[in-house]
Design a protein around this ligand. Sequence first.
Ligand SMILES: [Zn+2]
Length: 440
Amino acid sequence: MKLKIYNTLSKEKELFVPLNKNSIKMYVCGPTVYNFAHIGNARPAVIFDTLYRVLKSIYPKVTYVRNITDVDDKINEAAKKLNQPISAITNKYTDIYHKDMKSLCVLSPSHEPRVTDNIDKIISMIKKIIDNKNAYIKDDHVLFDVTSFDAYGKLSNRDREEMLAGARVEVADYKKNPGDFVLWKPSNENEPGWESPWGYGRPGWHIECSSMVETYLGDEIDIHGGGQDLIFPHHENEIAQSCSAHNSNRYAKYWVHNGYLNMEGEKMSKSIGNIVTVNELLEKYDGEVIRLALLSTHYRKPINFGESLLEQSKNILNKLYKNTENEVHGDKISEDVINPLLDDLNTPLAISNLLKIKCSKTLSKSAGLLGLLNKTSEEWFASNNKSKISKNDIELLIQERDEARKSKDFVKADEIRDQLDQNNVVLEDVDGKTIWRVKK
Ligand SMILES: [Zn+2]
């Protein structure tokens, strides 16, 4: 089985040749935990979870690291605004993120390091970059000197002038070049900070990821993932930092980026007020519906998210769950599902091919590669669509009805049957036993 994946570095779909086929290493930039994750944040989590599942089906060992950014100016602002300690904010939203991801059937990564647990590692990496003359100290800041790194701009394919014109680069008099970026900055006494050779302060955002990769995966990795919006400056800066610290020109072999997410045809933004959180969506839709919706567009293309896509995804899941009630003819993953996934993660084709599978076991196994069909069809139809009562409640009502019938209270027994019927649960009395099913 050969995986092909589009590499942002070469701008081509390439054959995936791992550094070591016995141990695959993948890193994806994780969330900054100061607010509810919105649906745009969920896209990379679901895409790279699917890639992780595909890699695990091919290779014996895959180490997947996704960090938690718990040091950030946005977190400091949120804490100030709510008058809460920073750790209360970061712990709360880390927990919510974990719950959201679980609902979307996103597997836990192998490691999920927090920045605050790795400050010493970050400091020692910054030291290496300074020693190698790629960074300088000015006014209690440590800054990366972009002119010291020849390959700067190679990933985003821009020259320095373009980079400065295209990005909002902070102008500051402590910078030698406008494009230089912060590795370490001073903290005042109300801000989170740690003692360092450059005074009391905190790391910049870009160095966090370089340091996590170094600590949990090593100097060089197979795949680095994230959203397209991170290519510049974040990923460009990561390459500059890691290669400078390691005196190397190799960091991540394959750079994989997912496209943007639009909400009902518009870019999600605070000013339009159309930001939708995963949490809100989960109140209305099953996590698998949201997951399938996110996988229904190829990961590199922009996705148009919204009600109609979610309804369409729910209908597809209804059909798939119905098919899990079919007979068993085999138990292997279908080639019509794995092959599109191996071809640059073509999830839309894999999903449409899932609908053609007749054997229930083949279907469940194949859907597992996409993280779908994790429930039984009873559970699915009981908790989705027409029935709003849980399996547990249905069984309790059946018990109550049996007791009513035993004591010849047929009025009550009929009332319970009607109540279940209104919830689209049909009872059938077979050989003295009551079985139930959800109307489809
Ligand atoms: Zn990152």
